[in-house]
Design a binder for this molecule. Structure first.
Ligand code: FES
Ligand SMILES: [Fe+2]
Length: 343
């Protein structure tokens, strides 16, 4: 008989100190989806947001180099970029007017008397690592020299069997937020055991004997090979669902591609951003069907995860047991969390 594996302690799903450690030890150290490459295609184009709670931005500089920076001025922490996307020729802090080039170098400090002990011109914006894969811009705050494609591991060759982002058209972004710890949501994303109970319509459309879940150590991700019955869920298409630690879901299929970025906003709040791409030949109705099916599955997941979160927070449940054969992905995910927090 296979031994079961104990879950993470319930307190890890509500404790603000655990949340703070996860931001630092997990989200700052892994690559995060940040922008689409087409948003920063030209010099001066920028996208701003947060990674692991830190305000950062990416900008295409005058020489065509894509750069990433922390979004604070070296003087007294004013924001050098306002708004979530746009175009600029220069980075000007709105607090006292210091300006930086798009390469992050400090250019002007109007009215600032230079102190002999301080050379403000040595204070460039603080960089963050930025790389592109499949026309998606990723950012990593604590660059430990792990190349993005190395981090993605076997996802890179697996993705080549499906249409690439550059060959498709971006359709839409759908943003959802829930009163859940990000791990409640990811625990669920990493296993197929709940499909029959939580997603009855989806389960009826699947061919279970051809749906296979694999764990890939190299890329630290879990992949679901999904095959649908003929005529059912045609819009969803056959394909590959990937859950990549810590918070990235990718869905490759012949009919399009979508990704989901899972961002913790607090110990008991999480944001899910989904981006959808389709071939230029897809009709509006086909695209809408895929988004609607995705919304339904995600709504079902979020509903059960919210109830689970309530029980984890109530204080009686401490830990449970998981089955390696049915919940191998979640066991693997929780192993990654433990390993990171104990590092
Ligand atoms: S904080 Fe930016 S110029 Fe003062
Ligand atoms: Fe689900």
């Amino acid at each position: 008989m296979t031994e079961t594996v104990e879950t993470l302690p319930a307190a890890w799903y509500t404790d603000p100190h655990v949340y703070a450690r996860e931001q630092q030890l997990i989200f700052a150290r892994n690559w995060s989806v940040f922008a689409r490459a087409d948003q920063v295609a030209n010099p001066g184009c920028f996208v701003a947001g947060r990674v692991a709670g830190w305000p950062v931005f990416v900008v295409r500089d005058c020489n065509g180099v894509l750069r990433g920076f922390h979004n604070f001025c070296r003087h007294r922490a004013g924001p050098v970029i306002s708004g979530s996307f746009g175009h600029c020729d220069l980075l000007r802090c709105p607090y006292h007017g210091w300006t930086y080039g798009l390469d992050g170098a400090l250019q002007k400090t109007p009215g600032f008397v230079r102190d002999a002990a301080v050379n403000p011109y040595a204070m460039s914006l603080l960089p963050v690592a930025v790389q592109i894969w499949n026309s998606i811009v990723f950012v990593c705050l604590e660059d430990r020299g792990t190349d993005l494609e190395q981090w993605l591991g076997e996802i890179v060759p697996l993705a080549q069997a499906y249409p690439q982002v550059d060959d498709m058209v971006f359709h839409s972004e759908v943003v959802s937020e829930g009163e859940v710890n990000w791990k409640s949501y990811s625990d669920n994303s990493a296993e197929g055991y709940h499909l029959g109970s939580v997603h009855p319509a989806l389960t009826r459309a699947l061919l279970p004997e051809r749906t296979k879940i694999s764990t890939y150590e190299n890329g630290r991700f879990i992949a679901f090979n999904v095959v649908y019955k003929e005529t059912e869920y045609r819009a969803m298409s056959n394909g590959l669902w990937v859950y990549k630690f810590p918070g990235l879901l990718l869905h490759f299929s012949d009919y399009g591609f979508n990704l989901e970025r899972v961002t913790p906003l607090g110990a008991e709040r999480t944001r899910m951003q989904r981006w959808f791409w389709f071939p230029a030949t897809a009709t509006g109705a086909e695209c809408d069907d895929v988004v609607a099916a995705s919304n339904q599955v995600m709504g079902e997941d979020l509903a059960i995860c919210t109830r689970v979160q309530e029980n984890l927070a109530a204080g009686t449940y401490q830990t449970g047991q998981m089955s390696p054969s049915r919940e191998g992905g979640t066991i693997f995910f929780q192993h990654c969390v433990r390993e990171a927090l104990e590092s």
